[in-house]
Design a protein around this ligand. Structure first.
Ligand SMILES: [Zn+2]
Length: 377
């Protein structure tokens, strides 16, 4: 059943329950006729719903709202329906009108604030959505859906410190720890500072992230980059080894950072990578390493494969190696496959992406995307 049908079902049931629980007092004949008039569009609506005609069911619900203009619950349900149909403007108007009612009960007011915020958010008006969520949170500071939705908007807008503040509130309200999530927010802040040239702040936030979660790879990359910029090779080596120990799956992503510093790579980094390879024999490390080297020098990639004595154990690994060695001028199957294959999969929701993201685009979990491994299904 789609969202619209669910919304209409909810609306119809809410209204039906309201009518059954609060029948009109002292029913005379006229009242009974009016009651029939009020109920019949609802029954027709349910009928349309059962025969899978949501648009006609919606028309009937509009009629119910017209006849029961005092009933806030019907308007709430109608707003939900319009939003589910993508008619955000109409949903917004309904919820704004509700909020303008001086007699609106407190619980309904909270619901209307929340619904209006969701209208704005689904319609892409994130600033207005945030304002609405704030108004709601002033009335009810422990409203978890509003806190989560605000957090999501701050993350979407790359406002990492504001997101972190919301995460703290969620931790208090839910009495739980979002340690790893917080580490990723600090890591994002560190990356932002690094891009803006605020080196000291970048180091500060990256260090906070790795204190919270040593496996937080993007924070390690910032610290690694800062160490190499400062010529502190020993420190860079410590960061590298720590990441290899705590997060083997994301460790190979350190390669592009390392290879920007050719001297370090040739004189120190290469040896450390070989050492880690000898101990782990991690397929992803060997493949990524060959891909990075092969991007500028295919002969060097061939030599590296020999040095690592790496033999692909499955078709996926074989194709990745073939893509490295295929002639760019005359590309064959492997390069085309490599360009369109999903390299990372979210372990929480299963969505696949070509290039890694620290936050899953579908379920919004942090650090949940891992390299595709094993044979091609
Ligand atoms: Zn996911």
């Amino acid at each position: 059943m789609n969202t619209l049908l669910l919304a209409i079902t909810a609306a119809a049931l809410v209204t039906l329950v309201a009518l059954l629980l609060f029948p009109q007092q002292d029913v005379d004949e006229d009242d009974a006729r009016r009651e029939d008039e009020r109920i019949s569009p609802l029954l027709r609506g349910i009928n349309y719903l059962l025969s899978d005609q949501p648009d006609r069911a919606l028309q009937e619900m509009v009629q119910v709202a017209r006849l029961r203009s005092e009933a806030a619950d019907v308007y709430m349900a109608l707003g939900e329906m319009f939003r589910a149909r993508g008619e955000y403007g109409r949903a917004v108007r309904i919820h704004q009108n509700l909020l303008a009612r001086p007699d609106l009960p407190d619980d309904m007011k909270l619901e209307a604030h929340y619904a209006l915020a969701v209208d704005f958010q689904t319609g892409g008006l994130l600033d207005r959505a945030l304002k609405q969520y704030s108004k709601l949170l002033e009335l009810k500071p422990d409203h978890v859906p509003a806190l989560k939705a605000s957090l999501r908007i701050r993350e979407q807008s790359s406002e990492w410190l504001e997101a972190e503040a919301l995460l703290s509130r969620l931790e208090q309200v839910q009495n739980t720890s979002y340690r790893a999530h917080r580490a990723y927010l600090f890591a994002q802040m560190a990356e932002k500072c690094l891009q803006e040239g605020a080196i000291e702040d970048a180091g500060h936030y990256a260090a906070r992230a790795t204190e919270l979660e040593p496996s937080c790879a993007p924070a390690c990359f910032v610290l690694f980059e800062l160490a190499l910029r400062g010529g502190q090779w020993q420190q860079a080596g410590e960061i590298l080894r720590s990441l290899a120990e705590h997060n083997r799956e994301h460790f190979p992503l350190i390669l592009p950072y390392m290879m920007k510093y050719e001297d370090y790579y040739q004189q120190e980094g290469r040896r450390l990578l070989l050492d880690i390879w000898q101990r782990s024999h991690d397929e992803e490390l060997a493949l990524s390493w060959m891909e990075h080297v092969g991007a500028s020098d295919r002969d060097a990639a061939r030599a590296l494969q020999k040095e690592l004595a790496f033999e692909p154990a499955n078709l996926r690994a074989r194709l990745r190696i073939e893509a490295v060695f295929e002639d760019e001028q005359r590309p064959l199957f492997a390069r085309a496959w490599r360009r369109q294959v999903n390299n990372y999969i979210c372990e929480q929701c299963g969505v696949g992406v070509k290039t890694l993201r620290w936050q899953c685009p579908q379920c919004h979990a942090w650090g949940s995307m891992h390299p595709q491994k094993g044979d091609i299904a």
